[in-house]
Ligand binder design. Structure first.
Ligand code: ARG
Length: 466
């Protein structure tokens, strides 16, 4: 992109009341075209709808409208072919496109900006952009969920330890664990849907801040652009970026969830755990240690969470304490929004591509589930079923665990006579509940770890993620 072809003063559409040229540094300092150029498809779409609205109101003729539409289409093609020259002197995407339109069409081109300001224009562009990107991100979430559901159905019975405080707590299945991730993503998807409804509102007609004196049919413009409705207050419509902050909050939560998944993948992949092995093509080596295979992709997802969380704080702070209506502060909204969109999409894609290729080490998971007296709660529950009150059962099992630690054995390998000394209610059938399989099978209620329940969760998730 070339941006620095300096043009004389008269090129600036607002130059009329100025006596001297813009300071060269200020020109660069205030320009946004270096990043907001990527709004061009939405800027042109918005301009096309505005031109048609002007024609409908009789502000321009149908013939003029046709010329404007054709000119805008030509510019769209120029940009897409890489033939468009973006100029810093023209500040932003809006003035670059308008200046080119005037260059191409002459007098007619000068009529497009009637009844409009860059203030309602940029708010419209951003909303159109975010609406489109929300749809893409929602699709990407569905894609990752599908991969997780496939993996979960292969591993609905694969025993693994569940952790609390990163210590083995109770057995679960790998499928159950993956379904927890599916649930997190489901809420992320719903949050985006919620946010989309507040993004999908049209500012055009608000003009600079007070509305316009032309009788523009806002319903018609909104319809052309696929907006659900139009804004109720012009001051609010040109100034607030809460819809973008909300989007960044939804993005921050997606990244928070992805960072948790990343962290677990890194742990599981490390040689101490060996629960999974990440595919070589998603890892990199060390420049000095030849033996290393590093989990860079999940580490980067975890790391990139930082910048997205930062963008949320940046946007909140840009908006904080701004008086009505539009202030140039809001130009600072774009880079955080764009980077949030790009980062969230990339990270979702990284996991969607990587997860189907992981190797699952069932034996290591099963062995780990045997450690840490993970079925101690099952022994207590067993005693409760035999008529012991839970608090007493807890005490008895505590003593059993102490014995097992002393004898360096898992609970299920303590002889029956030893267990019966702790409680005479314990019988031969106790050993079935002390296995990880018995433990997960027993958790057979909705939301529980039993394979039958996990399969039911997978089926119902498949229905709603379709
Ligand atoms: N580039 C500006 C922005 O991103 C467009 C709106 C400029 N409006 C103005 N009154 N200077 O916010």
């Amino acid at each position: 992109m070339s941006t620095d072809k300096r043009k004389p003063h008269k090129h600036k559409p607002w130059a009329g009341r100025f006596l001297e040229q813009t300071d060269a540094f200020v020109e660069k300092f205030t320009a946004s075209v270096g990043f907001d150029w990527l709004l061009y498809p939405y800027d042109i779409e918005g301009s096309r709808a505005h031109a048609r609205t002007l024609a409908r109101a009789g502000v321009i003729t149908e013939a003029e409208c046709e010329q404007l539409l054709a000119g805008l289409n030509e510019i769209l093609r120029e940009i897409e072919r890489g033939e468009f020259t973006w100029e810093t002197a023209l500040e932003d995407v809006h003035m670059n496109i308008e200046a080119r339109l005037i260059e191409r069409l002459g007098e007619v081109g000068k009529k497009l900006h009637t009844g409009r300001s860059r203030n309602d224009q940029v708010a419209t562009d951003l909303r159109l952009y975010l609406r489109a990107e929300i749809d893409v991100i929602q699709q990407a979430i569905r894609g990752l969920q599908t991969v997780l559901l496939d993996l979960a159905s292969q591993h609905a019975d694969t025993i693994m330890p569940g952790f609390t405080h990163l210590q083995v707590a109770q057995p679960v299945t790998f499928g159950h664990h993956l379904m927890a991730w599916v649930e997190m993503l489901e809420r992320d998807h719903a949050r985006l849907a919620d946010c989309r409804a507040r993004v999908n509102i049209m500012p055009l007609g608000s003009a600079a801040l007070a509305g316009t004196s032309y009788r523009l049919d806002r319903r018609y413009t909104a319809e052309l652009l696929g907006f659900e409705r139009w804004s109720n207050n012009s001051l609010d419509a040109v100034s607030d970026r809460d819809f973008a902050i909300e989007f960044c909050a939804a993005g921050a939560l997606i990244m928070m969830h992805l960072s948790r998944m990343a962290e677990e993948l890194i742990l599981w992949n490390c040689p101490r755990f060996r629960f999974v092995e990440l595919p070589d093509r998603f890892c990199t080596g060390s420049s000095i240690m030849p033996q290393k295979k590093n989990p860079d992709v999940p580490e980067l997802v975890r790391g990139k969470t930082g910048r997205v969380h930062g963008h949320l704080v940046a946007l909140l702070t840009v908006m904080k304490a701004q008086p009505l209506a539009y202030n140039r502060d809001n130009q600072e909204d774009k880079e955080p929004i764009f980077d949030t969109v790009d980062t969230v999409k990339d990270c979702l894609r990284a996991f969607t591509d990587m997860l189907p290729a992981i190797r699952v080490n069932k034996a290591a998971m099963r062995a780990a589930a045997d450690e840490g007296y993970s079925t101690a709660t099952d022994l207590a529950d067993y005693l409760v079923r035999k008529g012991v009150a839970f608090r007493d059962a807890h005490e008895i099992v505590g003593r059993a665990v102490k014995l097992a630690i002393e004898q360096e054995k898992p609970l299920g390998e303590l002889p029956l006579e030893v267990l019966r000394k702790l409680s005479s209610r314990i019988e031969q059938d106790v050993f079935a509940v002390l296995t990880p399989e018995g433990s997960v099978d027993a958790r057979n209620l909705p939301g529980g770890a039993a394979p039958a329940q996990v399969r039911a969760q997978i089926d119902s998730a498949r229905r709603c993620t379709r």
